[in-house]
Design a protein around this ligand. Structure first.
Ligand SMILES: Cc1cc2nc3c(=O)[nH]c(=O)nc-3n(C[C@H](O)[C@H](O)[C@H](O)COP(=O)(O)OP(=O)(O)OC[C@H]3O[C@@H](n4cnc5c(N)ncnc54)[C@H](O)[C@@H]3O)c2cc1C
Length: 369
């Protein structure tokens, strides 16, 4: 039910407009209310805090269907759900939960998540953003880069070090003096998602805005686990849309007097695509079961994110070739998906970093430091 309802909504609201927004490099803000209404913001956050109270499988299927529409729209949902609502729910005080979660669930407030810095991407633990205790408030300084939703976010969950060098999460609100969010332009990828910087110049953050219940690098990494799980599902949506498009086109396109689907080389592509999609679905479905039971490990999430995004990238490329010249136009979704996946393969841990996490999991030896 969740899958079908989300699919219908995406077909109706996202598919007809997304190419145009992507071409213009603009986030379709008119989708926000509808995303709130279908429960795409905080699907697994309990209903008492405004979330949809669904299980992890439903969350995954929603991300699959939304990314089938566009990775930029799914990114907005992932950030809002797993990188803003989740840390406030899991690490926040009861007052913080009450103040922020229901407004974030409806989309009345939009959030962003500031971890990456200009000089610290794959190595967020090296961050230099910092805050000092000035008696009745904290003073926050530093800068974050590549932040999804930053240009329009009302609240930012920001990770910074205290005077002892310990990482904490702080909720920073738009309008606080010294806090600016310049937009990043000229992206060739994820064009329907707004990306920007977060700049903190002596920002006075009230003490009640510190997330009290978890600190250290494990806190932001816990949020990333949840978002990466959603990405593993989302990438399947991209692959399915590319596969469906290529299958349909190949049955209709006539060359040498026959549909191109009748040639063995084209069938090989389609057969391999559906095999890879099915394998990714099985991997992710099992991971969803483990998540529901509270048994999924970070390394398992890394394996699924890496595998499924790589699979979607490869399927996008094959599918695009099956459409010949038409494949490069905006008449079809494939090229937009392919370009989007270049961001998805990099953010939330790059392809290589996830491989090293799997390597560490099986050998016990971290090869990335
Ligand atoms: C569109 C977009 C949206 C994003 N949204 C957000 C967001 O909302 N919030 C946020 O905090 N961040 C966000 N990011 C940032 C993203 O998470 C980082 O880009 C990513 O973690 C990689 O960091 P980097 O770009 O600095 O690359 P680097 O860390 O500089 O890596 C460059 C290359 O070196 C490789 N590399 C690095 N270290 C090692 C190593 N030890 N061993 C082997 N290879 C290594 C990497 O795999 C990569 O190929 C976003 C990025 C993009 C592109």
């Amino acid at each position: 039910m969740v899958r079908d309802a989300t699919r219908d909504w995406v077909k109706r609201e996202v598919s007809p407009i997304i190419e145009d927004y992507c071409q213009r490099a603009e986030f379709p803000t008119q989708l926000v209310n509808g995303l709130g209404e279908i429960g795409a913001f905080g699907p697994y956050i309990p209903a008492e805090y405004g979330g949809a109270g669904l299980d992890q499988m439903s969350y995954g299927l929603m991300m699959q269907e939304i990314e089938r529409g566009d990775s930029g729209v799914r990114s907005t949902c992932s950030v809002q759900s797993s990188l803003v609502m989740y840390p406030i729910f899991a690490y926040g005080s009861e007052e913080q939960r009450k103040k922020y979660l229901s407004k974030l669930a409806t989309g009345e407030w939009m959030g962003c998540f500031g971890l990456t810095e200009p000089d610290h991407g794959s190595n967020p633990g090296g961050m230099i953003s910092n805050f000092k205790d000035i008696g009745d408030h904290y003073l926050l300084n530093g800068a974050k880069m590549w932040i999804s939703n930053a240009p329009f976010a009302d609240v930012a969950v920001v990770w910074a070090k205290n005077e002892e060098g310990r990482i904490h999460g702080l909720i920073v609100e738009r309008g606080m003096e010294g806090f600016t969010t310049p937009e990043t332009h000229n992206k060739w990828s994820l064009r329907a998602s707004a990306t920007g910087e977060l700049i903190f110049d002596n920002v006075k953050v009230p003490k009640e805005n510190l997330l009290p219940n978890k600190s250290g690098l494990g806190a932001p990494l816990g949020c990333l686990d949840s978002a990466r799980y959603g990405i593993a599902w989302g990438a399947i949506g991209v692959a399915m849309d590319c596969y469906d498009t290529a299958l349909r086109y190949s049955k209709e396109r006539i060359q040498f007097g026959k549909p191109i689907a009748s040639f063995q080389l084209q069938q090989k592509k389609l057969a391999e695509m559906i095999t890879e999609i099915t394998k990714a679905q099985m991997l992710t479905w099992r991971l969803g079961q483990l998540k529901n039971e509270g048994r999924a490990t970070s390394a398992q999430v890394s394996m699924a994110k890496r595998n499924n995004v790589d699979m979607a990238l490869k399927i996008g490329r094959e599918a695009r070739q099956m459409l010949g010249g038409m494949g490069i136009t905006g008449e079809y979704s494939i090229m937009r998906h392919m370009m989007n996946m270049e961001s998805v393969v990099t953010y939330e841990g790059t392809h290589d970093i996830h491989l090293l996490i799997t390597g560490m999991d099986v050998t016990g030896i971290p090869a990335f430091k």
